[in-house]
Ligand binder design. Structure first.
Ligand code: NAD
Ligand code: UGA
Length: 480
């Protein structure tokens, strides 16, 4: 099939990757019809909502892109088979979480959704179809996808079908998905069929310079995605481990990061110490890499990468422990304000957010948490904490009997001043711009003294906090 002949694309999976990626493709390729399909009717309805502020994924700039293309050549639907049948190219962009049971539980990727897609494509495709793995997959998954598709090619149940399988992993980061998609560092295409690779490259060439489109074999492409995430996450665990040493020695992790980051061999990005990495992918992809290493008889390599996750979990527990220690060794019945629940700023995604583990540790200690986040709703927080919200107590009343009995509770707070009122401490767990500009001279008098600010994201101006009479702990800051 010549490259220029892609006229219709189907993307299976209307999530954080499928939605924004297809919106940008449709925006940049107005002559290509792009249909994003999903089995989740609620999600599809939200993508079709006439109110663009109600899209299911919050990403700066996404509403404008969707607004331009939707209804023209961008469509959201639950008619999966029809969209596959009409497509020259099908992207598989479904979830690939860590398996929770069975062989490889806790490490291997759960490929049931990918396999279901491959079978559905095999059944419903017509003519020649290029199948593109967009989901992040264990290296050699394309082997299984090819086997499922080719079984159908050889079957005699209807019209001729043929398939070419490509790997085209996505490197966007949430919160910056639109700029990442519009100006990617690179687009990676792995495959065996040059004409299929050219067809996919020709889509991206509508807006990406050809020298940024890398072509590799299938396995290099699949493995590069896991490796990229492992390297990025490794830098975060490295800087967080050094941050703990800074706290113990009087060094400052921000100064250390600046000092090492100016070495062009190291580079300045991904050296921000924090509450540990969150997000749906870093932990899952490293654990997948660990599983693969063990599977291929490389236990030492597996241990090496596993330590990146171990340090991350340790960092999250360490922050909760620090809060308890600073508050005289107990938070039972104490009010704490948690500012930020999303795993990073500019997203409504809470998957693996550090706030979850830190809040759970504090609830376990019997704390009363007022939780504020500009984009995460209360139902999501309740699901993540596996605990329904309580109603907010009166800020002026003392601890309730339930609180002093040691039961941790939480409630959502839409207002920062209300969250902080009566609190013994404020914990900043997401780096929302909002939290950089707080007026501490206004907030401090609302708190119960002596009160603390725990800044796990290095967003406050220390002088302002100290001047307001608050005590301050910042991640990775030792006392000189
Ligand atoms: P997601 O959970 O937000 O979306 C996946 C969607 O696929 C869901 O809406 C689900 O209903 C749908 N789905 C599952 N099986 C289906 C089927 N058989 N038919 C139709 N729809 C089906 O996931 P996501 O965050 O978009 O991630 C998708 C993939 O992309 C994962 O492999 C992930 O590792 C990878 N990835 C994610 C990011 C990110 O920032 N989230 C970045 C790069 C790569
Ligand atoms: C990450 C990668 O950056 C993307 O390239 C990749 O496509 C994606 O995973 C994926 O495969 O899902 P994402 O998780 O959306 O993107 O966001 P990041 O900006 O990488 O942040 C991940 C976590 O690390 C966040 O919790 C963030 O706060 C934390 N982080 C990031 C730090 O603690 N310090 C830093 O210096 C950078």
């Amino acid at each position: 099939m010549p490259a220029a002949s892609i006229r219709s694309i189907c993307c299976i999976g209307a999530g954080y990757v499928g939605g924004p990626t297809m919106a940008v493709i449709a925006d940049r390729c107005p002559t290509v019809q792009v249909t994003v399909v999903d089995i989740n009717q609620t999600r599809i309805d939200a993508w079709n909502d006439s109110d663009l502020s109600k899209l299911p994924v919050y990403e700066p700039g996404l509403d404008a892109v969707v607004g331009r293309a939707r209804g023209r050549n961008l469509h959201f639907s639950t008619a999966v088979d029809d969209a596959i049948a009409a497509a020259d190219m099908v992207f598989i962009s479904v979830n690939t979480p860590t398996k929770t049971k069975g062989l490889g539980a806790g490490q291997a990727s759960d490929l049931r959704w990918v396999e279901a897609c491959a079978r559905q494509v095999a059944k419903s495709a017509t003519g020649h179809t290029i199948v593109v793995e967009k989901s992040t997959l264990p290296v050699r998954t394309a082997e299984a996808v090819k086997a499922i598709l080719s079984a159908k090619e050889q079957s005699s149940d209807g019209a001729q079908k043929s398939f070419a399988v490509l790997s085209n992993p996505e490197f966007l980061a949430e919160g910056t998905a639109i700029p990442d998609l519009e100006s990617p560092d690179r687009v990676l295409i792995g495959g065996e069929h040059p004409e299929a690779i050219d067809a996919l490259a020709s889509i991206y060439e509508n807006w990406v310079s050809p020298d940024r489109i890398l072509r590799t074999n299938l396995w290099s492409s699949e493995l590069s995605k896991l490796t990229a995430n492992a390297f990025l996450a490794q830098r975060i665990s490295s800087i967080n481990s050094v941050g703990a040493l800074c706290e113990a020695t009087g060094a400052d992790v921000r100064e250390v990061a600046r000092a090492i980051g100016t070495d062009s061999r190291i580079g300045s990005k991904f050296l921000q110490a924090g509450p540990g990495f969150g997000g749906s992918c870093f932990q899952k992809d490293i654990l997948n890499l660990v599983y693969l290493c063990r599977h291929f008889g490389l236990p030492d390599v597996a241990d090496y990468w596993e330590s990146v996750v171990t340090v991350n979990t340790w960092q999250q527990h360490r922050i909760a422990r620090t809060v308890v220690q600073k508050l005289f060794g107990t938070v039972t019945g104490k009010r704490l304000a948690i500012l930020g629940f999303a795993f990073k700023a500019d997203t409504n995604d809470t998957r693996e957010a550090p706030a979850i583990r830190i809040a759970q540790d504090l609830l376990e200690e019997g704390a009363q948490l007022a939780i504020h986040d500009p984009k995460v709703d209360a139902e999501q927080i309740a699901r993540d904490l596996k605990l329904p919200a309580s109603s907010a107590p009166d800020a002026d009343s003392g601890p309730t009997r339930a609180a002093l009995s040691g039961e941790g509770t939480w409630w959502p707070s839409e207002d920062i001043a209300a969250a902080v009122s009566g609190a013994d401490a404020v914990l900043i767990l997401t780096e929302w711009q909002h939290y950089r500009d707080l007026d501490w001279s206004h907030l401090a008098p609302l708190m119960r003294q002596p009160a603390w600010v725990f800044d796990a994201r290095s967003v406050v101006k220390p002088a302002d906090v100290l001047k307001a009479g608050l005590q301050l702990w910042r991640v990775g800051e030792g006392q000189p």
